[in-house]
Design a protein around this ligand. Structure first.
Ligand code: PEP
Ligand code: MN
Length: 268
């Protein structure tokens, strides 16, 4: 298992250092829907202080009838938005064939919660010269999550970020339960940076800001947050998306929390 005896890993997504002295905020829509939606969200999150952009191309939806993502129709939009905003992009690969397809478009590959146990996909990413953001499965033990990271590391790719995104518990009032135990545990038992996805953890936009502050106070290295220009019209995960305004307010408060811990934000 990844061990603490090694020096802490700093992961570079484009020019952004995750796991160094500064805290990193990644933000953007759950899914890329239109050029206008993606472009306006990228500009808004950047001006509020996010340094890495997120945006889903292929979505792992519970129902086959739900929006599955734009797939290759998003490629041109990504090129344009990245050229305009100069932000590095993290996006999920759900299939081994997509790794090659988007290698020129993304700065980090996301492994979603549902694919944390997809060891052939993890092995493939171990051979890639790009960072990997590894979500914890909603039903994985912390130990299984850390061992999943080892599949990437073993291939020679040391650029792995661990992401806690909420687990299934007996609780049904919220979408999942944010496991801050996992954040502090992984920080102590792994050399890898650890970030939190409060959006999928709680599933309710009004509750996301407080979980951002709690994650920063718990020592996370960063956050990945879903933001949408009109959450009520989002094609996926609208109920948990922050508006531009609420994201901006959250970022201002977050900086105060970080300041209390002598930490600064990685600026875009
Ligand atoms: C996502 O980031 O939109 C996503 C599907 O996350 P998860 O894999 O954590 O459910
Ligand atoms: Mn989502």
């Amino acid at each position: 298992m990844a061990s603490i005896s090694q020096a802490k890993t700093v992961v570079k997504i484009g020019n952004v250092e995750v796991g160094g002295p500064r805290f990193t905020v990644m933000a953007g829509p759950c899914s890329i829907e239109t050029e206008q939606q993606f472009q306006s969200t990228a500009k808004a999150v950047r001006s509020s202080g996010a340094s890495v952009l997120r945006g889903g191309i292929w979505k792992m939806r519970t129902s086959k009838n739900s929006f599955q993502g734009l797939g290759s129709d998003a490629f041109e939009m990504i090129k344009k938005v990245k050229a305009d905003t100069n932000m590095p992009l993290v996006s999920e690969v759900t299939d081994i064939r997509q790794v090659e397809e988007i290698h020129h478009l993304v700065d980090a590959y996301q492994i979603g919660a549902r694919n944390m146990h997809n060891y052939s996909l993890l092995k493939e990413l171990g051979r890639q010269p790009k960072p990997v953001l590894l979500k914890r499965s909603f039903s994985a033990f912390i130990d299984e999550w850390l061992k999943a990271a080892d599949y990437v590391l073993a291939g020679g790719n040391d650029q792995v970020i661990l992401c806690e995104r909420g687990i299934r518990t007996f609780e049904t009032a919220t979408r999942n339960t944010l496991d801050l135990n996992a954040v502090v545990y992984a920080k102590k038992h792994s050399q890898l940076p650890v970030i939190v996805d409060p959006s999928h953890a709680v599933g309710i936009s009004d509750l996301v800001p407080e979980l951002c502050y709690a994650s920063a106070a718990a020592g996370a290295d960063g956050l990945i947050i879903e933001v949408h220009p009109k959450p009520s019209e989002a094609l996926s995960d609208g109920p948990q998306a922050l508006t531009f305004e609420s994201f901006d307010k959250t970022m201002k408060q977050l900086e105060k929390v970080l300041h209390a811990f002598d930490k600064g934000l990685n600026k875009p």
